[in-house]
Design a protein around this ligand. Structure first.
Ligand code: UDP
Ligand code: MG
Length: 306
C-alpha cells in the first residue's frame, strides 16, 4: 500500500481549508488503496488558519501542519512541506481548490507506471486577467527558451516521487523556483492536464507588483541572460559610437556642420538610462549573492504538529 503526501501551502486560508479537506475526503474514497498524509504549511497567516489546522489535526491523524514564524512566501512553504513529507510520492497543491483534487488520481496512475515527476499543466487560465496572461506567457516563453523546455501553462501542481523530493529537499538555494526546479532536476517525467477551478473562498494573494518581483527573482535565479543581454547592448552602442565618431571626422573634413543639440540630449538620455539599467541588473545579481552568502534559512518554523 502506497502513501501519498499532499503538501498544501496556506496563507490566510481559513475559509478554504474546510472545503479543501472535504474534497480530499472524496478523493480518498476514490483511492481507497492509498494512505494519505496531509501536510499543511501555515505561512505566517494572520487569520484563523492555524486554529483550523490545529482542529483538523485533532480530528484526523493524517493531518499534519507546520506554522512559520511569519510570512515567508509560497516557495518556502512548498520546500518546508517537501522536507516534512514522508510519502512514497508527494503532491503539491494550492489550498483554494484551483487545483482540482481529481487530477491526483491520474497523477498517481502515472506514478504507478514509473514516472517520477508528473507535471500539472493548465488547460485554461482560471480568472487571470488579460494583462496577467500576457505577462505570464512572455515570462515563461523567455524562461523556457533559456532552459530549453516548454514552460507554458505549467503550475505548482505536481506529483513527485520520493527520490525527487529528496533531491529537492537537499538544495541549498535561498531563492527556489519550484515550478522550474522540477524540470531542472531531470528524472522520468510526464504531464497531466487539468482545468483551473475558481478559488473556493478568500482571495488571491498576488498583486501585479508581487508578480513582477516574482518574475524578476526567478529569472535571476535561473539565468544569466540579462547579463549577456546588457553586454550585447553595450557592444552595439559602442559600435554605433565608433560609427558616429568616424562620421563626425569625415563631416568635419568636408566642412559640413556637426549634428546639433537634440541629438546630444537624445544620446545622453539613452546612454545614461542604459547604463543605470545595466548597473541595476548587475546589482540585483550581487544582492542575490550577498543574500545567499548570509546563509539565512529560507523559513523559520514556529510550531509543528506531532
Ligand atoms: N500562499 C502561501 N504563501 C503566500 C502566498 C500564497 O502559502 O505568501 C499559498 C496560498 O494560500 C494558496 C497558494 O499559495 O494555497 C496559491 O496562492 P493564491 O491562490 O493566492 O495564488 P493564485 O492562485 O491567485 O496564483
Ligand atoms: Mg489560487
Amino acid at each position: 500500500m502506497s502513501t501519498i503526501s499532499i503538501v498544501i501551502p496556506c496563507y490566510n486560508e481559513e475559509e478554504s481549508i474546510g472545503h479543501f479537506y472535504t474534497a480530499i475526503q472524496t478523493l480518498q474514497q476514490q483511492l481507497p488503496e492509498v494512505t494519505m498524509e496531509l501536510i499543511f504549511i501555515d505561512d505566517g497567516s494572520k487569520d484563523g488558519t492555524e486554529q483550523c489546522l490545529t482542529a483538523l489535526h485533532a480530528r484526523d491523524n493524517r493531518v499534519k501542519y507546520l506554522s512559520f514564524s511569519r510570512n515567508f512566501g509560497k516557495e518556502a512553504a512548498i520546500f518546508a512541506g517537501l522536507r516534512t513529507a514522508t510519502g512514497d510520492c508527494v503532491v503539491v497543491m494550492d489550498a483554494d481548490l484551483q487545483h482540482p483534487p481529481g487530477a491526483i488520481i491520474e497523477m498517481y496512475h502515472k506514478w504507478q507506471e514509473g514516472y517520477e515527476v508528473v507535471e500539472g499543466i493548465k488547460i485554461n487560465r482560471g480568472e487571470e486577467s488579460r494583462v496577467h496572461r500576457w505577462f505570464a506567457d512572455g515570462f515563461y516563453a523567455l524562461l523556457g527558451k533559456m532552459m530549453g523546455i516548454d514552460m507554458k501553462n505549467t503550475s505548482d501542481y505536481k506529483l513527485l516521487d520520493r527520490k525527487v523530493v529528496e533531491v529537492l529537499g537537499q538544495l541549498q538555494e535561498r531563492d527556489t523556483f519550484f515550478r522550474a526546479l522540477s524540470y531542472w532536476v531531470g528524472f522520468k517525467s510526464t504531464t497531466v492536464h487539468y482545468e483551473v477551478g475558481k478559488r473556493v473562498a478568500g482571495k488571491t494573494k498576488w498583486s501585479y507588483f508581487a508578480l513582477l518581483r516574482y518574475a524578476i527573482k526567478n529569472l535571476i535565479a535561473f539565468s544569466f541572460a540579462p547579463l549577456y543581454f546588457i553586454t550585447l547592448v553595450g557592444g552595439v552602442i559602442f559600435l554605433m559610437g565608433a560609427g558616429f565618431g568616424i562620421d563626425a571626422v569625415i563631416s568635419y573634413a568636408r566642412g559640413a556642420s556637426a549634428m546639433g543639440y537634440p541629438t546630444l540630449v537624445f544620446l545622453l538620455l539613452l546612454l545614461t538610462g542604459g547604463i543605470m539599467l545595466s548597473l541595476g541588473i548587475v546589482g540585483i545579481y550581487i544582492a542575490k549573492i550577498y543574500e545567499q552568502s548570509k546563509n539565512r534559512p529560507q523559513y523559520i518554523i514556529r510550531r509543528r504538529s506531532e
